[in-house]
Structure formats: C-alpha cells, structure tokens
Design a protein around this ligand. Structure first.
Ligand SMILES: C[S@@+](CC[C@H](N)C(=O)[O-])C[C@H]1O[C@@H](n2cnc3c(N)ncnc32)[C@H](O)[C@@H]1O
Length: 174
C-alpha cells in the first residue's frame, strides 16, 4: 500500500477496490409478481478498481438534483444544486413490447450503467471504454452517447451483429 493511502483506502488489505455501488433495477423480462413467496433480486454490485487507491471520483457528474433548491446555499457540498447519488443507483430498464425483437438477450444492463461508471470516473480522463462481454452492446451505446472510443468483444456472432447494428443506428440518428 502506498504511503498516505492507508487512511483513505476502504479495504485495509487492498487499496485497489473501492466501495461497491449497488445497481438496483427491475428484473428484465419478468412479469410483476410471477414468483409467490419471493422478492425479485433486483440488485447487482458494481466494483470500482483504482490503481493506487487515489483515483478521484466525480460524484457530481452523476449527482441528483435537489427537488427544492431554495435552501442549497447552506451546504458548500451542494454547489451546482447536485448531491451525491450515493451507492445505490436505481436504473430501470426501458419498457419493451417484445423480448425477441426489442431485447433478444437474457442478461443485459441498461446503457445508463456504463454511462454512470464513466462519468463517475471522469469523462474528460476517459480515452477508451472496453467491454470484453459485449452482449447487445449497452456499453458501446454508452460510449457513442458520451463521444468516446470503444472496443467490444463478444463470442456470439448473433449478439455481436445486434450490438453493431444498434450502435450504428444510434450514431446515424444523432
Ligand atoms: C451478461 S452478457 C453481457 C450483456 C451486456 N452487458 C449487455 O448489456 O448487452 C455476457 C456476454 O458475454 C458473452 N461471452 C461469454 N463468454 C465470452 C468470451 N469468452 N468471450 C467473449 N464474449 C463472451 C456472452 O455471449 C454474453 O453475450
């Protein structure tokens, strides 16, 4: 561990892991109340890694606006009328009509997830985003929205074609 980093690192044995963010989401493809006796597990953990433990987070870049901003001048940390989103992000899926046509993959995440991760770690410092498990290309869509270069890897030809088509379509519509 680097000198000076000990008091800041949340995990004493490693200064490379950051507090995880929890992604809270609706379960894709599942109708409401389809399992009697169980809650849906609608959380996933997102782990941040930082070489050296000192990568700053731009929390305001994904901050939440105050519903009533009349009082925010009291808090220095509320400059720009944004508060930290905290470590639980509620990111719903886009509503779809047909799984086969609209989201033909069993395990995607909304493009907003990689978008938040990039913004949190600093958009201006990000040169390229890489997703080694591309699926339908949610990370590629986020990169296109953010205007950063992207590298994706996907073992399934059908998913890869979908990802490329979706990304091309988004770029063409901009
Ligand atoms: C959980 S999905 C990712 C979904 C993606 N995040 C999205 O939102 O569309 C994981 C993907 O990794 C792909 N995959 C699994 N093993 C792989 C490998 N060895 N190399 C490349 N892709 C792989 C699977 O085909 C699957 O599409």
């Amino acid at each position: 561990m680097e000198a000076g980093a000990a008091s800041k690192a949340p995990y004493p044995d490693s200064n490379q892991a950051r507090d995880p963010a929890v992604l809270s989401r609706g379960q894709p493809g599942s109708a409401p109340f389809s399992y009697a006796g169980y809650y849906f597990c609608n959380q996933e953990f997102i782990f941040h890694f930082t070489p050296g433990g000192r990568t700053p987070l731009d929390r305001r870049a994904i901050g939440v606006r105050y519903p009533d901003a009349s009082n925010v001048a009291r808090w220095a940390g509320a400059a720009g009328n944004r508060r930290c989103r905290g470590n639980t992000w509620f990111i719903p899926y886009e509503t779809i009509q047909s799984r086969d046509k609209d989201r033909p993959h069993p395990a995607t995440f909304p493009p907003r997830v990689p978008e938040y991760c990039v913004r949190l770690h600093g958009l201006s410092r990000t040169r390229v985003l890489m997703d080694p498990f591309l699926g339908l290309g949610s990370s590629a869509l986020a990169a296109a929205e953010l205007g950063i270069d992207f590298i994706g890897v996907e073992i399934d030809r059908h998913y890869l074609q979908e990802a490329v088509a979706r990304t091309r379509s988004l770029i063409a519509d901009r």
